[in-house]
Structures are given as structure tokens and as C-alpha cells.
Design a protein around this ligand. Structure first.
Ligand SMILES: Cc1cc2nc3c(=O)[nH]c(=O)nc-3n(C[C@H](O)[C@H](O)[C@H](O)COP(=O)(O)O)c2cc1C
Length: 248
């Protein structure tokens, strides 16, 4: 038995709600604010008052504002500010979301890398639209980005893949991401075999690469006191960005 409580040893008999509760108890809120968890979370209140977002000096292009906010997130030490929630929708119209890492962005779009045969890859093959959401708690800021998604070129994926550590490169081969596997051990045996097979260098698997989301809608949310938050939305319309304020 492992004594590391973040390792799942026997998830099969676990009710996922208990597992979620254990994870939540590991967060900082558990230290002093939590009584019985189910009862106390409804009483948690944060006041947001770190900044404001006004119409003065808004850039015409939202990607510029995103860059400014991301820079701020890095400079203020927000943990892993490139982590974002990515939502996709399957052929039945059923949404699902998961965290991925932003690996590049500019006027053309926002790039992340993944397995093209994963659940999200299957969703995007059928319905090539996605929504991204960043939440930078320490800044009381949220950014939402929506638009069509396409694969990046092989050259772009190759360049990124070649920059990854060898372990991550092998991971892209070993994991049939989102498929059910019998055990972790099966996975480790496969990894050892791949390690010998690609002793020299690891080529990029054709099922692994980048996607780029081209934004046609972006929203910047700044938490304010008393829930009177600022929300500025950019919509790409008639070849230019239209800016409006949304009710909180
Ligand atoms: C902080 C963090 C970063 C992650 N980054 C990525 C990533 O960049 N690409 C990726 O495919 N999965 C990433 N994952 C794992 C995904 O959340 C998810 O488990 C995986 O992509 C399978 O999702 P799917 O079955 O919906 O396709 C990350 C998870 C976390 C918590």
C-alpha cells in the first residue's frame, strides 16, 4: 500500500462523490473554514476587490488584453496560469470539460496539445468548436474564449513535440488517452517496451498533436465587491471586434 494519499489504489469500489470530497478536503479551505463539508460549503464567501475593468484604455483586440492579464498572472505568482478548462460537445450535444495547458497564442488563436483520438479529439472531429476558461484566483480574474477549432500543421506539432522531455514523448505513445485500461501495471510494461524501441529518439505519433482555437468571442471578468463584477465581452463581427459590457 502506498502512503501517498494522492495515489488512487482501488478506485473501483469508491463512490466518486467521496473521492471528490477527499480531494476538496486537501485544499486550503479545509484547514479552518470547513465543518461538515456538505453543510459548510454553502456558507463560503469570498469578496473580490483586487482590481476593476473599465472601458478606458481597452485594446481593440482582445488577445492584447489576454496577454496583459496573463503577464500579470505570471508576475503575481498565480500557480500554473496557463491551465485552462476546455469544454467540447459530442455528437449527442452532450458537453464535457477538462483541464489542458495553453502552449501558444497570438492573433490567430490559442494552442493546446493532446491525443487526437481522446474523448476531446473525438468531440472536435464531429463538432469543431470549443470553449476555454481561465480562472486566476489570486487576481479575481476569469477569461472565457470561444470559437472554431482546427488542427495545427504537422510542422507546428513536430516542433513542440521535439521540445518535450523524452518521458512526455513516450507518454504520448503509451497512452491511448481516454480508453479504459486494466491496470497501471499494463501501462508500465508497455512504457518499458517503447523505451527500448525508441532508444535513440522518439518520433511524434500521428495521433498526437496540437489544436488551435480561433477566437470569435472573448469575455474578461473582473471580480468586484458585492458581486457587482465587471464583464467586458468582445465579439468578432463584420471583420472587427465589437466591445460590450455584460451584466454581472
Ligand atoms: C493541470 C492539468 C494539465 C493538463 N494538461 C493537459 C494537456 O495539455 N493536454 C491533455 O491532453 N491533457 C491534459 N490534462 C489531462 C486532461 O485534463 C484530461 O484528463 C485528458 O486530456 C483526457 O481528457 P478527455 O478524456 O476528455 O479527452 C491536464 C490535466 C491537468 C489537471
Amino acid at each position: 500500500m502506498s502512503n501517498n494519499n494522492s495515489v488512487i489504489t482501488n478506485p473501483v469500489n469508491q463512490n466518486p462523490v467521496f473521492l471528490f470530497k477527499s480531494a476538496l478536503l486537501l485544499t486550503k479551505h479545509s484547514n479552518n473554514q470547513m465543518g461538515p463539508l456538505k453543510d459548510s460549503i454553502k456558507n463560503l464567501r469570498e469578496e473580490y476587490d483586487k482590481d476593476k475593468l473599465t472601458e478606458d484604455n481597452l485594446p481593440g483586440n482582445p488577445v492584447e488584453l489576454f496577454e496583459k492579464w496573463l503577464n500579470l498572472a505570471f508576475s503575481k505568482g498565480v500557480p500554473e496560469p496557463i491551465a485552462l478548462n476546455l469544454a467540447t460537445v459530442n455528437s449527442q450535444g452532450r458537453p464535457s470539460s477538462r483541464v489542458v495547458l495553453l502552449r501558444g497564442f497570438d492573433e490567430n488563436g490559442f494552442i493546446f496539445y493532446t491525443n487526437y483520438k481522446s474523448s476531446k479529439g473525438n468531440d472536435l472531429a464531429i463538432n469543431p468548436y470549443a470553449a476555454m476558461c481561465f480562472y486566476w484566483y489570486d487576481l479575481n480574474k476569469q477569461v472565457r474564449i470561444e470559437g472554431p477549432v482546427s488542427k495545427v500543421t504537422d510542422e507546428v506539432s513536430d516542433e513542440y513535440f521535439n521540445s518535450r522531455p523524452r518521458e512526455s514523448q513516450l507518454g504520448a505513445w503509451v497512452s491511448n488517452q481516454s480508453e479504459v485500461i486494466k491496470s497501471r501495471q499494463e501501462f508500465e510494461v508497455k512504457l518499458a517496451a517503447l523505451n527500448s524501441r525508441y532508444a535513440e529518439s522518439v518520433p511524434r505519433p500521428s495521433h498526437w498533436g496540437g489544436y488551435i482555437l480561433k477566437p470569435d468571442k472573448m469575455e474578461f471578468w473582473q471580480g468586484r465587491a458585492s458581486r457587482l463584477h465587471d464583464r467586458i465581452q468582445y465579439i468578432f463581427h463584420n471583420n472587427s471586434w465589437e466591445i460590450s459590457r455584460l451584466a454581472p
